[in-house]
Design a protein around this ligand. Structure first.
Ligand code: T1G
Length: 700
């Protein structure tokens, strides 16, 4: 009757509809169909109440995201909820794990909700560029009030069962035996002749405060979620909820939901949802590969990166030994960590108790011998190959067999570093991004000798410390920085060809980048690139037009934010960037020296050149096997380089643009600009020829 994903059974006077659709009981077509059938059975049998509960680790965690973009199959979720809302029997949702999205909308349509104390509820649709499309924007404010609904639905963050109860979104919280408690609750409610409450029947009005709140949220979200459409559509649905009867509010919600579903932003955010999960999977890794359990870690280098990395591990409850050359250096490092935590405490992100607990996980030393028994060491000393090789040779003599030895290098060869030890199979790269305690990306770099177990360990520990780990093969700059070189080159060339720092950065920021390329260079420090170029030959440095201005700025003492000026002047108080005519004088001088006559560049050309330069290089490293899959590159750029998630990353961007259009544009640039810079990646040409997709590409 109902297939295997939904069953219906009686427990005395109570009917129990149980869903079992692993891994997260998503509302697939089969589940919707099964529930509809079970409701029909319950509506005609002599049960007095009906409980909806789920097997496995969670209550329904939402609509089945894999079904979006495919032809809809009846019953739709709104059809199902209409039946549930008008069901003749008293209905109770039994919530455990995470009742999210459509799953929480099912619960909100039941007359009562009971939850395990460990349970959470939420409406995360906005994170997928969507909005609650089955009554969530209409029922939530009727139960919890408009302010709470605004927060819950525009943030998309789940709340605890207790918090939900204070908001009238959950009626009862139990510590354990959820299903039995739900059945007993049903009997109790029937005995009390409790009404079949419907959230849809509750009144909701828009007070003056609510109006002000919504207006201020509109402005705040416009700023915070620059360029994203769903948050504004959510607010429109919530206004409709307060200004119109339930049915017309529901109709408005459906219209806005369909706009979101058709919006490329949602396709990009759904791509990112699955890309993040795919990135954790290592292809061709033997199934029996066991990651080493990491309970203690040594961090070498108590500078900005070392300190940030130490915070990640300490916060995850892993014992950290922070080591530097002198006691003074580690003391300074620890003080910096304490200062960072004081800021988090001030901003209410962490409590003093949490900070003390975390700090207790960090011990410091200037003696490498204290690393003899740690499970993993991460080296974060300054970016010099010889120094790193010395450190690893020393660790080789100290660390226990089986310890994982990782380098936080951004560029250097993992193979050369590993060769400085007698155990290259234990060496790999773990490339964190600054500030390491904030940025979610971790590039795990496998060397030629790195063992499967060591790689699996780094990927697993990355998840444990709250990072999104992406595996990279070994090449100069790995995935992110190798591609960034081409992005940075085009930004520098657009400047010298006729644009200004402000135009380039605002073109990229209006397009969606968190920060424009030249402002990012100022943040990172122009001297870093300058020193790296000093190590290169003229040939390796490439076209002087792509670095002359940056060199001249450094030689003029303009190192970026750290010196108060770079491509911009920075307000010493607010750190706000201001345009500076002195920069354009340097640019003009460089143009004259290189014989370049400036021309007008459109924002569209700037955006196209920078995003295509990224994706073209991405396709090259994908075909070389440096990245396992195209979506990994998207994860790297969205979590490490401020690429807008609602664009889905550089590879998704050209895929949705159309590879044939992207290749045609690259060929056009090849004709108009420096041909060396615009050689179409062979993979892109192949995919255009054979009608293939980047998303399906797997290196043989
Ligand atoms: N649909 C399809 N697959 C899903 C899924 C979903 N909703 N949620 C998770 N998966 C898959 C996921 O891809 C992974 O697969 C496996 O389950 C485990 O997930 C009408 C429109 C529930 C908190 O946004 O936030 O309802 O990689 O690795 O870390 O209004 O999954 O193993 O092959 O993330 O324990 C709204 C999305 C949908 C929730 C569990 N719901 N899911 O986290 O496991 S839109 C969501 C999550 C909607 C209605 C609208 C998390 C989780 P694989 P996982 P986890």
């Amino acid at each position: 009757m109902m297939g295997t994903v939904v069953t219906y059974e009686r427990h005395g006077s109570v009917g129990v509809i149980r869903i079992n659709n692993p891994p997260v009981n998503a509302l697939s077509h089969a589940v919707r169909h099964g529930i509809m059938e079970a409701l029909a059975t319950a509506s005609t049998d002599d049960s007095l109440a009906v409980v909806l509960s789920c097997d496995g680790r969670t209550f329904i965690a939402g609509a089945d995201i894999t079904e979006f973009g495919k032809p809809p199959q009846a019953p739709s979720l709104p059809d199902l909820l209409l039946t549930l809302d008008n069901h003749p029997k008293l209905t109770i949702a039994a919530i455990h794990g995470t009742a999210l999205g459509g799953g929480f909308e099912v619960a909100l349509t039941c007359n009562y909700r009971i939850a395990l104390a460990t349970g959470k509820v939420g409406l995360p649709e906005v994170k997928l560029g969507l909005l609650p499309g089955a009554g969530g924007t209409q029922r939530t404010p009727r139960l919890a009030g408009l302010p709470a609904a605004v927060d819950l639905i525009t943030s998309g963050n789940p709340i605890s069962a207790q918090r939900a109860m204070t908001l009238q979104l959950v009626d009862k919280v139990v510590e354990d035996s959820l299903e039995d408690s739900a059945i007993a609750y049903g009997v109790e409610l029937v005995e009390q002749s409790a009404p079949q409450r419907q959230a849809s029947a509750l009144a909701l009005s828009l007070s003056a405060e609510d109006k002000d709140l919504i207006e201020s949220m509109k402005a705040k979200l416009l700023k915070k979620t620059r360029g994203e459409h769903a948050p504004q559509r959510i607010l429109d649905c919530l206004i409709a909820a307060a200004e119109s009867p339930f049915e017309s509010g529901l109709k408005r919600e459906r219209e806005e939901f369909m706009k979101c579903l058709a919006d490329p932003q949602s396709a990009a955010l759904r791509h990112m949802f699955f890309a993040e999960r795919a990135a954790a999977k290592i292809e061709n890794m033997p199934k029996d590969t066991k990651p080493v359990a990491i309970t203690s870690v040594g961090i070498i280098g108590a500078g900005t990166m070392g300190g940030g990395i130490a915070m990640c591990f300490a916060q995850a409850g892993i014992a950290v030994t922070l080591v530097d050359m002198t006691d003074e250096a580690v003391k300074l490092g620890l003080e910096k960590i304490a200062k960072n935590y004081a800021i988090s405490e001030k901003k209410g992100r962490l409590t003093r108790a949490q900070i003390d607990l975390t700090m207790a996980n960090i011990t410091t030393s200037s003696n490498f011998d204290n690393l003899a028994n740690v499970d993993m060491v991460i080296e974060a000393v300054f970016e010099n190959l010889e120094v790193k090789k010395e450190v690893f040779a020393k660790l080789d003599g100290i660390c226990k067999p089986g310890a994982v030895l990782a380098s936080n290098t951004s560029y250097q060869s993992i193979d050369e570093i590993a060769a400085a030890t007698t155990r290259p199979e234990s060496v790999l790269g773990m490339h964190f991004f600054s500030p390491a305690n904030v940025m979610k990306l971790l590039e795990v770099v496998k060397g030629a000798a790195s063992s499967d177990a060591v790689i699996a360990t780094a990927m697993a520990v990355g998840k444990k410390i709250g990072k999104v780990s992406v595996l990279s093969g070994m090449c100069y700059g790995f995935i992110g920085n190798r591609m960034l070189k081409h992005y940075g080159r085009e930004a520098a060339l657009c400047l010298i060809e006729g644009s200004t720092p402000a135009q380039i950065d605002s073109a990229m920021e209006s397009w969606g980048m968190a920060m424009g390329p030249l402002a990012v260079s100022d943040l990172a420090g122009l001297d870093i690139g300058y020193k790296a170029r000093e190590q290169l030959t003229a040939e390796q440095k490439g076209d002087p037009a792509s670095y002359m201005v940056a060199d001249r700025l450094v030689e003029a003492g303009r190192l970026g934010q750290k010196s108060g000026a770079g491509y911009y002047q920075y307000d010493p108080e607010t750190r706000e960037r201001q345009e500076d005519s002195a920069v354009m004088s340097i640019v003009t001088a460089a143009r004259q020296e290189l014989g370049i006559t400036p021309r007008e560049l459109k924002d569209a050309e700037i955006v196209n050149r920078l995003t295509l330069a990224l994706a073209n290089e991405g396709a090259k490293l994908l075909q070389e096997g440096i990245a396992q899959r195209a979506s990994d590159i998207d994860v790297v750029y969205c979590y490490g380089y401020g690429f807008p998630r609602f664009k889905g990353g550089p590879m998704h961007t050209i895929e949705s643009m159309g590879l044939d259009i992207a290749v045609a544009q690259i060929n056009e640039f090849h004709g108009q600009l420096n041909p060396e810079h615009w050689q179409v990646a062979p993979l892109l040409a192949e995919l255009v020829d054979n009608g293939g997709q980047l998303a399906d590409y797997h290196r043989e």
